[in-house]
Design a protein around this ligand. Structure first.
Ligand code: NAI
Ligand code: MG
Length: 353
């Protein structure tokens, strides 16, 4: 069968790594008897600089019919980051009710992890980040501008529906893994939103007696992630906490160049969007040396979501084989290979079923 996929390469290294991901995914598709039909969109900060908008006005409507979206990264020197976030990423996530941001991490072979020496099995976790509300809210503003009494207010929004659905998703996911779930909050500091989250977590936990659940303060959890990551498996967190924890988890397991993520609409009524955790990396953009692994693994998550789980696993195995061999490695992995060479190596390592 054929899947319709929207590709939004974006800016900087997003363009390079998306090209390599497409190459790997197309080969995996042909080995597993399905097809990906790509439609490319030039929506980006570069487009914003040219036209004044990240995407056309009917952008959301144009994406609506696709089976999946593969996004590179957006961000361009000179264009403020809130433009790319609020002009593209957040509208897509919200319009398509992609309320789960799923960020699986595992210790990849041959990487520069700070935890080198530990075995891959003991280090595998997934962060379930709330992706539609919480601390990332436009409510608030600046007051008494220019006066000594100047101040800003930044509101957070936590709805019962929003909190319940993300926590329930995390419990369901924990059930399919090894039954452990940790909820990250900070109820001693944020005295309205976080106790509310804790309360709902406790209510839902009662429905899942088979899952070993606990509530942690996010600061203590950050320390634990570095010192004892093997004791963690599924972590559920608000939008902001989940964002921070997943970069940390990526760093301890292999680096930002290796971490994928999915913006998921669980009922499948709207397309889900898959992307690397990293950004457009202006410091290395245009040099062709970005590590494409995160984007390739984001592509594997997309295949999983489409139901092509065997092909998805084949992509992950090919990545592992190339990393383990250490013959083709980009500079962040201590090598001298280009983005394209690493993409080609992964493509070549794909095994037929
Ligand atoms: P970044 O992730 O782009 O870069 C952080 C550091 O990691 C840089 O030193 C970079 O060279 C390195 N790095 C990242 N990905 C790499 C890869 N694949 N291979 C090798 N090295 C890699 O984060 P930064 O610098 O904070 O943000 C740069 C721009 O990206 C900003 O405009 C930001 O808004 C945007 N951004 C966009 C995201 C998205 O589109 N979802 C997510 C995060 C940032
Ligand atoms: Mg982030």
């Amino acid at each position: 069968r054929t899947y319709e996929i929207a590709s939004i390469p974006g800016d900087g290294i997003g363009v390079d790594v998306t090209a390599e991901a497409r190459k790997v995914l197309d080969e995996a598709a042909s080995l597993h008897d399905f097809r990906l039909r790509w439609t490319e969109f030039d929506w980006s900060c570069e487009r914003y600089a040219r036209t004044g908008s990240m995407m056309p006005e009917d952008g959301i409507a144009r994406l609506a019919g696709f089976d999946g979206i593969l996004l590179g990264a957006v961000g361009f020197p000179g264009v403020p980051d809130h433009v790319s976030l609020w002009g593209l990423l957040i509208p897509v996530r919200r319009a398509f009710a992609q309320y789960v941001n799923l960020r699986p991490v595992r210790l990849l072979p041959g990487t520069g992890s700070v935890l080198r020496g530990r075995s891959a099995e003991e280090l595998e976790m997934v962060i379930v980040r709330e992706n539609s509300e919480g601390e990332y809210s436009a409510i608030g503003g600046r007051h008494n501008t220019g006066q000594p009494s100047e101040f800003v207010l930044q509101e957070s929004v936590f709805t019962r529906v929003g909190v319940e659905r993300i926590i329930r998703y995390a419990f369901e996911l924990a059930r399919t893994r090894d039954g452990r779930l940790c909820s990250a909050t900070k109820s001693n500091g944020l005295i309205h939103s976080m106790p509310y989250w804790d309360e709902i977590f406790a209510e839902i936990a009662a429905e899942y007696p088979d899952v070993k659940s606990e509530q942690c303060h996010v600061d203590a959890l950050a320390a634990r992630m570095v010192q004892h990551p093997e004791r963690l498996d599924v972590i559920v967190a608000s939008n902001l906490f989940g964002d921070i924890l997943s970069d940390l988890a990526a760093a301890v397991t292999g680096g930002l160049g290796m971490a994928p993520s999915g913006n998921i609409n669980p009922p499948g009524e709207h397309p889900s969007m898959f992307e690397a955790v990293h950004g457009s990396a202006p410091d290395i953009a245009g040099q062709g040396i970005a590590n494409p692994v995160a984007q390739v693994l984001a592509g594997a998550m997309m295949l999983d979501h489409l139901g092509e789980t065997v092909a998805a696993q084949a992509v992950r195995s090919a990545v592992d084989a190339v990393l383990e061999a250490k013959e083709v490695a980009t500079p962040d992995l201590g090598g001298t290979a280009t983005t394209e060479q690493l993409g080609t190596a992964v493509t070549g390592a794909l095994l037929a079923p």
